[in-house]
Design a protein around this ligand. Structure first.
Ligand SMILES: *[C@@H]1O[C@H](CO)[C@@H](O)[C@H](O)[C@H]1NC(C)=O
Ligand SMILES: *[C@@H]1O[C@H](CO)[C@@H](O)[C@H](O)[C@H]1NC(C)=O
Length: 218
């Protein structure tokens, strides 16, 4: 059960960091990543977070997804999950490939009945002990990687309505505009019908869309 404690601690740290001033990003970084990753952002290119008064259609050409995702207070949990694996953190700092990040907000992830590291198949095959020991940690890590991959549309941004694209997990997604009961037009990710709360940022290598739900991460 050691792993659970560790993970809960890291998620707790992320949640705590969310209430800290936005410049205080240190608690989010795990020591080994601090050494491996280049300093983001480069001096003089501080990412700017778009507030509600921000012009949402403006692209910030000097900023990468990795930089901007770390400044979004409502996405700290998702951001820490993306940084656990190179396969999911690398596209965010790759200036040559555009990615649409479909990021569920902290509350959505915290409230999931099935946690991102859990898979019903593991429980079916291994029972209650599925995530104990080092094998269990590997399984949990793998499930978290797949969870993030299901929310990264690598190679597609800008992403036009109705255009079918593949997530890094290999699932096919597209989006449509629907009108909610209050008459507001919302983007909806299909086929899972997950509502996009808003497009939070547009940067050099893609866009961050904040979701009000999670996509299928089976
Ligand atoms: C937002 O920025 C875009 C592109 O720079 C511009 O065309 C548009 O008029 C701006 N919208 C508002 C509401 O300022
Ligand atoms: C990548 O995104 C940027 C910013 O929106 C855009 O200017 C550029 O054309 C995109 N590149 C491709 C290959 O779509």
């Amino acid at each position: 059960m050691k792993f659970f404690a560790l993970l809960q601690l890291s998620l707790f740290t992320a949640a705590t960091a969310a209430t800290a001033p936005p410049t205080d990003q240190q608690p989010l970084r795990r020591p080994e990543q601090q050494q491996r990753l280049p300093p983001h952002p480069p001096p003089g290119h501080l990412p700017v977070m778009m507030g509600s008064s921000g012009n949402d259609s403006q692209v910030q050409p000097a900023v990468l997804l990795y930089d901007i995702l770390g400044t979004q207070r409502s996405l700290t949990t998702f951001f820490s999950l993306t940084r656990m694996h190179e396969s999911t953190s690398e596209p965010l700092s790759d200036a040559k490939t555009n990615t649409t990040v479909l990021a569920p907000n902290n509350i959505i992830i915290d409230d999931l009945p099935r946690k991102p590291w859990e898979n019903p198949g593991d429980y079916a095959a291994l029972g209650e002990q599925a995530y104990d020991g080092s094998g269990g940690k590997d399984r949990a890590d793998d499930n978290m990687r797949k969870f993030v991959e299901a929310h990264l549309v690598v190679g597609t941004s800008p992403w036009e309505a109705g255009v079918k694209a593949k997530t890094a997990a290999g699932t096919e997604v597209w989006w449509e505009t629907k009108t909610d009961k209050d008459g507001n037009e919302k983007r909806v990710i299909m086929p899972d019908e997950v509502v996009v709360d808003r497009v939070a940022s547009r940067v050099a290598n893609g866009e961050v869309w904040i979701l009000n739900g999670v996509l299928n991460y089976a």
